[in-house]
Design a protein around this ligand. Structure first.
Ligand code: KIV
Length: 336
């Protein structure tokens, strides 16, 4: 890998072979976190390269720091900070309750947990339908929070906004088929593009998004023939969720993949672990040990008064000392 160095405003190089290391000495703290391009395991051009090479793209949603650490440690190609977080993380009935501030907060947490993953952040409900300035303010917030790209739903009435975002240097992922922000307009969360006429509309919209500059398009709940047709007609990759196998990649919701959303069993979902059960079993074991006084044991207790005092003095630091922005306890200092 050929790694060069520069300071200032140059953007990251197009592919991994000539990545550029960014350095700007005086920036510190939060500003630094936002200003520095992260070293990524893939970039926006890799989406196209993967489709062209016939390699499937794996994507999973992620909304928080600790989950992001697990995704960071996996082979998953890229992350979507989806507005489904309004439901999975905040308990709302639909994605309509997501706000730009919410999306930015979760995007920043994910970027801290998975600094090498390519992150796409959803532009929330109506944020790109109130005019260019509002749309660009929302894009600015999500990109400043650590996203490498934004995703938005549909194209009718906002192709120009997509074009403007792309022309501003921000990669845009489209989203067609079942577009959950239009749940009321669609009359519910239903499979889309079920007739030839509807597939025609879908392909026309997909083409419009490609022409507007999108680098990829999510196809949600689209029967296999329609998703295949769009994927074959477009140059850019398609990422399916409930769209069969003839797409360029797949995306699923983290909680769904891991069995953290019991009772949610749409046809398209494959659950890879029963994490809800694992968590409940672990919590019940902990509860039982607390109540029987089996926890903590001698070895899990600080039994030596003198050494406890010596080692306990540095347990909590002032935010300014630990540089993490909070008075958190530093695990390495209390682990012995
Ligand atoms: O918000 C989300 O999680 C999504 C995926 C379902 C594609 O948009």
């Amino acid at each position: 890998m050929n790694v060069g160095k520069f300071s200032g405003s140059e953007s990251r190089a197009a592919d991994n072979s000539d990545k550029i290391e960014f350095s700007c000495g005086a920036l510190t703290g939060e500003l630094m976190e936002h200003a520095l391009p992260r070293r990524l395991s893939m970039n926006v051009q890799d989406f196209q390269k993967m489709k062209d090479a016939g390699r499937k793209i794996s994507m999973v949603t992620c909304y928080d720091y600790s989950s992001a650490r697990a995704v960071a440690d996996s082979n998953i190609d890229c992350i979507l900070v989806g507005d489904s977080l309004a439901m999975t993380m905040h308990g709302y009935q639909t994605t309509l309750s997501a706000t730009t501030a919410m999306m930015a907060l979760h995007t920043a947490a994910v970027a801290r947990g998975a600094p090498a993953k390519f992150i796409v952040a959803d532009l929330p409900f109506l944020s790109y339908r109130k005019g260019l300035k509002d749309a660009m303010d929302a894009v600015h917030e999500l990109m400043s929070a650590g996203a490498q790209a934004v995703k938005l739903e549909g194209v009718r009435g906002h192709a120009d906004i997509v074009r403007h975002i792309v022309d501003s240097g921000v990669p845009v992922m489209g989203h067609l088929g079942l577009t959950p922000q239009s749940v009321h307009g669609l009359g519910g969360m239903k499979v889309q593009a079920r007739t030839n006429a509807a597939v025609k509309v879908l392909t026309a919209e997909a083409r419009e998004l490609e022409e507007a500059g999108c680098f990829a398009i999510v196809l949600e709940c689209v029967p296999t023939p329609g998703a295949r047709r769009v994927t074959e007609l477009l140059r850019i990759p398609t990422i399916g969720i409930g769209a069969g196998t003839h797409v360029s990649g797949q995306v699923l919701v983290y909680q769904d993949v891991l069995g953290l959303n019991p009772g949610f069993k749409p046809k398209f979902l494959r659950v890879y672990a029963n994490t809800f059960d694992v968590i409940r079993t672990a919590l019940n074991a902990y509860d039982s040990d607390v109540k029987s006084a089996a926890f903590p044991s001698e070895s899990e207790s600080y039994s030596d008064l003198q050494s406890t005092e010596q080692r306990g003095t540095k347990r909590t630091e002032h935010p300014a000392q630990n540089g993490r922005g909070s008075g958190i306890t530093v695990a390495s200092e209390i682990s012995h």
